[in-house]
Design a protein around this ligand. Structure first.
Ligand SMILES: *Cc1c(COP(=O)(O)O)cnc(C)c1O
Length: 438
């Protein structure tokens, strides 16, 4: 029997699924072409329905930090399956999971499990509002906190105190309660706070941004937010859905030594299964029902199969902290290869990197916030993306995404990546020189 190709599957998918995908960036709209339909993956490689193999640099947008189908995680899932799949009642594993998270993540004293990063962020905001009795939140332009209504607010512009919904279906009322500031701009945050005296419940931030490409906090920025929150009684929320368990066993807060009041988690926490969590100071977390009055619930929350996969992944990371140096080294090897390739083509594009996250921005401007990121040439990115794909490397199909390096790459893979980058960037340089001659 001949199986359908990615192209054939996509043609059918668009008939039955909006845009043919279950999450928008997967559709390749930003780079053109047909998305690959994935059949399987193992270690550092992903295989599509067309029989091609690719080196993975997305890793399911973060979760597969140990590489695909890691044997320990696989065994944990197999074992859990034998005991049935869902009980809707408490289990031993949930207690072990909660205890381990509180051990690993410095500021977390109590934690509640949910099913996705979106859910964690929505719940954390409700909790901050319930705890403070205030309505408004501050987020940063270009930061993504899932698809909850409160977070789908356009990058601010002049009327920063009056959010504009980024999506139809988000009411003006909801948008009014979300204020936005540029990332790395403490003054803008202070102005928002002063203009909304005693009405800011929370500041939510990706401590290292992954959702406008990889963007690092400037020295003092995260500390400055901590001080502003202390001064004004605002709940400080780190969205560590991406950075949690990735930049250090305890996430960005461990790396930068900053204690947020609440932390949202996702991605790695489920080891590839749908898990999210939010946690933080006891005093705040005890406002969550049934301990307190802020309601939040979930039929499948703490699902035994999902928790087994997450627990196996987190335990591995906890027991092998040396993996973080290895991940950093792996990533530097890749970015150094890119730097060499850029220099060879006399290109001067910006690379942002920290730990196992990096982005190559097709702009010469340093990228410190969303407006900087938007100076990137997305057509050149699309060209680079497809040239890499042709050479067996699977990147995120958008300029505005971080890449995630796993621990599964081999010596051979690094050489392959260096070669692919050299060739793909030479094609990009060629395109630039043709355009400039026109
Ligand atoms: C992915 C992501 C989310 C949303 O998580 P989902 O599991 O996709 O709902 C929230 N915040 C950040 C920082 C993310 O990267």
């Amino acid at each position: 029997m001949k199986y359908p190709t990615s192209q054939q599957l996509f043609e059918k998918a668009v008939q039955y699924i909006p845009g043919g995908v279950n999450s928008p960036v997967r559709a390749f709209r930003a780079v053109g072409g047909t998305p690959l339909f994935i059949k399987s993956a193992k270690g550092a490689y992903i295989f599509d329905e067309d029989g091609n193999r690719y080196i993975e640099l997305i890793n399911s947008w973060g979760p597969m930090i140990l590489g695909h189908a890691h044997p320990l995680v696989q065994q944990a899932i197999h074992k859990a399956v034998e005991d049935s799949f869902s009980f809707g009642a408490p289990t031993r594993k949930e207690v072990e999971m909660a205890e381990l998270i509180c051990h690993m993540v410095p500021s977390v004293e109590k934690v509640r499990m949910v099913n996705s990063g979106t859910e964690a962020c929505m719940a954390a905001i409700r909790l901050a509002r319930g705890y403070t009795g205030r309505d408004k939140i501050i987020k940063f332009e270009g930061c993504y906190h899932g698809h909850g209504d409160s977070f789908l607010i356009a990058a601010g512009s002049g009327a920063a105190t009056m959010g504009i919904p980024d999506s139809p279906g988000v009411t003006q009322g909801t948008a009014n309660d979300t204020l936005t500031a540029p990332f790395n701009d403490l003054n803008a945050v202070e102005e928002l706070i002063n203009a909304n005296e005693d009405n800011i419940a929370a500041i939510i931030v990706e401590p290292v941004v992954g959702n406008m490409g990889c963007v690092l906090p400037e020295p003092g920025f995260l500390e400055g937010l901590r001080q502003l929150c202390n001064k004004h009684g605002i709940v400080y929320i780190f969205d560590e859905v991406m950075t949690g368990f990735r930049l250090a066993p305890g996430g960005a807060q461990e790396l930068f030594n900053i204690q947020p009041d609440l932390t949202t988690m996702g991605k790695i926490i489920g080891g590839g299964l749908p898990v999210g969590a939010y946690g933080g100071k006891k005093e705040i977390m005890d406002c969550v029902s049934p301990a307190g009055k802020v309601y939040q619930a979930g039929t499948l929350s703490g699902n035994p199969i999902a928790i087994s996969a997450g627990l196996a992944t987190l335990r591995y990371l906890y027991e092998h902290p040396e993996i973080y140096q290895q991940l950093e080294q792996n990533t530097r090897r890749i970015t150094e290869g890119i730097r060499k390739a850029l220099a060879a083509c006399q290109l001067n594009f910006t690379i942002n990197q920290i730990g196992s996250m990096y982005s190559l921005f097709f702009t010469e401007k340093p990228v410190k916030n969303f407006s900087d990121a938007k100076t990137s040439d997305t057509q050149l990115f699309a060209l680079y993306f497809h040239e890499m794909l042709k050479r067996g490397v699977y990147l995120a199909p958008s300029q505005f995404e971080s890449l995630f390096v796993s621990a599964a790459l081999s010596e051979e893979d690094f050489l392959h990546l260096e070669q692919a980058n050299a060739e793909a960037l030479a094609v990009v340089a060629e395109r630039i020189s043709i355009m400039s001659k026109r």
